[in-house]
Ligand binder design. Structure first.
Ligand code: FAD
Length: 410
């Protein structure tokens, strides 16, 4: 049986960074990463952005080149899936039946795209977007695609819609709620993005009720049927309705959790010597007033990876990283700082009509978060307002001529 001092499950953002952080912090033990995708760890965000649009090749989205992992003696066990965990014996079993022992286990498995439950969800031409294979499947169908329906008006769906409409496809976005980005942003940002997509020819339908996916006798998608009976023609359907965290083996092994696996401030699960990080880790986030959440972002995956790695090395720094995120759509770069959940007031800095503005989220007057559209200065300077929990004068906050850094207490 193979044996590693640290075994990392999941060769994505969190898994890769955990290995990097261990070596950077002088960990000299053996490390392996088991990943069920065939590729070396790569950046996932470009799958709905620069990789999908053809601006970046796959080589350019690798997190590190192959030589990096070899030089640092990180064994890459790729195309292999962990099926079960035995916390008492300190080993995992793979789907091929082999067993690997560990000293410490870092679970960094992200999640799988949530699937539709209606009939037709399995038809060919219906896609989730999580892996390179998903993006390649869509790219392979591009030539024969004229009409695309995107189900879900979240970041991934909207980014894909932007790439596809720029590529000349006729795109419809179906959002079940009454505005896009409703789960992550305030109304000002939602309305701005709806207008941008419409201006680019995307048919954005809100309060949309999908009945089922329809197909031909070859089991290939031909359209999306709505509750009122209308059928929207589609050669391709992209489903962007969130993820289901990939934690079954850990939960089956007795880890506390449900929607993800529960971790403490050092990313430790309830099982001995097992950490969990990234999209699958349910943690108390200081920037959400301590609420237990899962954060689906590169920032969270990387920073939790570093927290877990340092804890393995004997450190005692709790996870305390300000959340940030970005989204590219058309020529718009959105950058978010902090978490807006729980806000009771928003202030718009600048005029959205100029396509450069920020939305500031407040709670009891305190700055919780900022969404900055083509407004990199606000994004950079806003960080100190979020981390400091500052309560600036609101008129100054609303004035884009007044730099945010001047609103910090002396
Ligand atoms: C299309 C897209 C666009 C995005 N855009 C942004 C963005 O603009 N900004 C941003 O901050 N975030 C973005 N994200 C989110 C970001 O990519 C994730 O938050 C990040 O990848 C999480 O890292 P992770 O290590 O938790 O999971 P992942 O990177 O998903 O890695 C998990 C890996 O574990 C593998 N795995 C799962 N189960 C097993 C098992 N049992 N055995 C072995 N391997 C397993 C998975 O297949 C996967 O390879 C985007 C995500 C997607 C899909």
């Amino acid at each position: 049986m193979a044996q590693y001092d640290v075994l990392i499950v999941g060769a994505g953002h969190g898994g890769a960074q955990a290995a990097v952080a261990l070596r950077q912090n002088k960990f000299e033990g053996t490390i392996a990463i088991v990943g069920d995708e065939p590729e070396l760890p790569y950046e996932r965000p470009p799958l709905s952005k620069e990789y999908f649009s053809g601006e970046k090749s796959f080589d350019r989205i690798l997190i590190r080149p192959a030589a990096f992992w070899a030089e640092r003696q990180v064994d890459m066990l790729l195309g292999k899936r962990v099926e079960s965990v035995d916390p008492a014996a300190h080993n995992v079993t793979l789907t091929d039946g082999s067993t690997i022992g560990y000293g410490k286990l870092i679970w960094a498995t992200g999640g799988a795209p949530r699937r539709l439950t209606c009939s037709g969800h399995h038809l060919s031409g219906v896609h989730g977007v999580r892996t390179r294979a998903d993006a390649d499947r869509m790219l392979g169908e591009m030539d024969r695609t004229t009409n695309v329906v995107v189900i879900g008006g979240g970041y991934i769906g909207l980014e894909a819609a932007a790439v596809l409409s720029k590529a000349g496809k006729k795109v419809t976005v179906l959002e079940a709620l009454d505005r896009v980005l409703a789960r992550v942003a305030g109304e000002a940002l939602s309305r701005f993005y709806e207008a941008e997509h419409r201006a680019h020819g995307v048919d954005v339908q809100l309060g949309a009720k999908v009945d089922c996916i329809v197909g031909d006798d070859q089991d290939r998608v031909t359209g999306v049927k709505m509750h009122d009976g209308t059928i929207i023609p589609a050669d391709m359907v992209i489903v962007g309705i969130g993820i289901v965290p990939a934690v079954e083996p850990l939960i089956a092994a007795g880890a506390a959790g449900g929607n993800g696996v529960d971790v403490d401030e050092y990313c430790r699960t309830s099982l001995p010597d097992i950490y969990a990080i990234g999209d699958c880790a349910m943690h108390a986030n200081p920037f959400a007033d301590g609420a237990r959440i899962r954060l689906e972002s590169v920032q969270n995956a990387n920073d939790q990876a570093t927290t877990a790695a340092k804890h393995i090395l004997g450190g005692t720094d709790a996870y305390h990283a300000v959340p940030w995120f970005w989204s590219n759509q058309y020529d718009l770069r959105l950058q978010t700082m902090g978490l807006s959940m729980g806000y009771d007031e928003t202030i718009v800095r600048g005029d959205p009509a100029n396509r450069s503005f920020s939305v500031v989220y407040l709670k009891n007057g305190r700055v919780l978060a900022l969404d900055c559209v083509n407004a990199v200065k606000d994004y950079v300077q806003g960080k100190a307002l979020v981390t400091g929990g500052v309560s600036p004068d609101k008129a100054s906050l609303a004035d884009p001529e007044i730099p945010l850094k001047s609103l910090l207490p002396a």
